[in-house]
Structure formats: C-alpha cells, structure tokens
Design a binder for this molecule. Structure first.
Ligand code: NAD
Length: 283
C-alpha cells in the first residue's frame, strides 16, 4: 500500500522527531497535539534543527523548505480522515492511548494503519479497542528520532503481514532500519537496556561505585557513548521506573525489581535532565 498522508499525535520530543523524518521523506504530515501552541513551538524547534542541518551542508535550503511545507499543525484529530497512517506518540499512559485509538478507529478511513510509538505498553491491548486490530502495530522510534537509525516494529497478536510490510517500507523511507519484534513486555530494546540501567543504579545504591565512576566503567570499558546513569537522566527517571514496573509485572520475575533508589529519586521529583536534577544536576 502507498502512504502519502500521515498524522502524528503528540508533538512532544518523540512526535516532533517522527513528524520531521516523515515530512523529510515527502509525506504530508498533520502534527497534532491538545494545544496548537504546543505544535507551533515544536515546528519552530524543527525549523531550528533543519537550519543547523543546512549550515552543516547536510541538507539544502530547498530541502528544509520542502520539509517545513509538509508539516501542518492541528489540534483536531478528525483531520486524520484522509491519513493513510497515524503514528501516536502521546505520553505513556494506557487509558489515554486507548481513548485515542478508539477515536482514531472512528475518524480514519478503513485502510488507515494505526501505529503507536509506545516504549512498553502492549500493542495487542491497544489494538483490542479498535475494530481493525490487524492494522494496529508498534512503531518504536529511538530518541532523538532524526539521528537514531532503529525502528523496533512490534507485531501485536492480530497484526497482519500486509501491515507489517507497509511499516517496514515506511521506516526505510524515513531512512531507518526496522527490526521485527514480538509483543512482549519491554520488547527487545527496553528488556535489555532498562535492567542494565537499573543495575547501574543498584551499584550506586549499594556504594559499589560513584555515579561518575559507574558511567566511566561503561564508557571506557564497553565503549558506550554515554554512561548508563547519564542515559537514564536523558530518558527520564520516571520513564525508566515505569518501564521497570512493566517488566516486573509482565514477567512476574524478581530480576526486574526496580532499585529503591530509582523509586526515591522519582518520588523526590528528581527526574533527570527534564527536571534539572537526576543523577547529575543540569543548569
Ligand atoms: P512528551 O511528554 O515529550 O510528549 C507527549 C506529548 O503528547 C505532549 O506534547 C502532550 O501535550 C501530548 N499529548 C498529551 N495528550 C494528548 C492528546 N490527548 N492528544 C494529543 N496530544 C497529546 O513525551 P515523549 O518523550 O515524546 O514520549 C511520547 C511517547 O513515545 C511515549 O509513549 C513514550 O513512551 C514513547 N517513547 C519515548 C522515548 C523517549 O526517549 N522519550 C523513546 C521511545 C518512545
């Protein structure tokens, strides 16, 4: 199937990045959020990123203009009526995602594919609120979207081969490499990454090493571009805790228990870079 019109729901850090790569690939993109001001601010932010790309000769001025021209701000989900694909990237909350997928099932045309960028929620459960579960799929982009090459494509219990192929093709059109993953808690990316981050937090909690030293071990010893605690701050400690809870509940296995220090930081409002303090402090 051919995809020419896309709606991205949620103009946060992920939704903005997804809208940018889809627009750069020539798709007409409706960027949707609850408030038009949020969308307009996000489009200005994208404009800044594209200007930087022009100054570094990564794209031309004409490519920047074409990408921006493809971005249409909206706060009206009904505009998804002519979309071939909707990619949902609102906050990680099952009730909200279910509500949005129920609405999308009503306003979009029958052939439209509905994708979620969820990092941890079950695609099968999201699909179950629609009458088209075979056309519902996970399209898990990595942060920052314009830079990171991977899309983890999550196949729900009912997702069809046709939907999977369309999303593989679409990911490639955005310059990404898709990888098929079954719908299990944490998928592959977070099932591997989050326990490693959690274990680094245990090292700090137990006094095995300082935050800086634990990060240095992984940077210099394992060639990680940034240490696990820096990465946790970047992702958001609330998000890290949430995903550990999903793994812990989903597998009912104590090896996924969240570190008490992680819980304490989240309760203190020390959420990482976005709140100005996590394992490090930010100006
Ligand atoms: P974010 O908080 O930056 O953005 C979420 C956006 O959704 C906000 O702009 C908010 O206003 C908007 N929103 C809330 N309710 C809405 C509604 N009813 N309709 C339209 N928009 C609504 O969050 P984010 O970091 O971009 O994460 C979005 C999704 O992507 C989550 O499911 C998250 O798990 C997933 N994800 C995040 C990362 C990451 O590193 N941050 C990586 C991969 C996947």
């Amino acid at each position: 199937m051919s995809i020419s019109t896309v709606m991205v729901i949620g103009a946060g850090q992920m939704g903005g990045g997804i809208a940018q790569v889809a627009a750069a690939a020539g798709r007409k993109v409706y960027l949707n959020d609850v408030d038009l001001d949020i969308v307009k601010k996000r489009i200005s932010f994208i404009e800044g990123l594209l200007a930087k790309d022009v100054s570094k000769d990564r794209i031309t001025e004409a490519q920047k203009a074409a990408t921006l021209a493809n971005l249409i701000p909206t706060n009206d989900i009904a505009m998804a009526a002519d979309a071939d694909l909707v990619i949902e990237a609102v906050i990680e909350n099952m009730d909200l995602k279910s509500k949005i997928f129920t609405q999308l099932d009503e306003v979009t045309k029958p052939s439209c594919i509905l994708a979620s960028n969820t990092s941890s929620l079950p695609i099968t459960e999201i699909a179950a609120v629609t009458k088209r579960p075979e056309q519902v799929i996970g399209m898990h982009f990595m942060n920052p979207v314009p830079v990171m090459k991977l899309v983890e494509v999550i196949r729900g219990l009912a997702t069809s081969d046709e939907t999977l192929k369309a999303i593989f093709d679409e990911s490639v059109a955005y310059g990404k490499t898709p990888v098929e993953v079954r719908d299990v808690p944490g998928f592959v990316s977070n099932r591997l990454l989050m326990p490693m981050i959690n274990e680094a937090i245990f090292c700090v909690y137990e006094g095995v090493a300082t935050v800086e030293d634990a990060d240095t071990v992984m940077k210099l010893g394992m060639n990680w571009p940034m240490g696990p605690l820096t990465l946790a701050d970047f992702i958001g400690l609330d998000t890290c805790l949430y995903i550990m809870e999903v793994l812990y509940d989903g597998y009912a296995d104590s090896k996924y228990r969240p570190c008490p220090l992680l819980r304490q930081y989240v309760k203190a409002g020390w959420l990482g870079k976005k709140s100005g303090r996590g394992f490090y402090t930010y100006a």
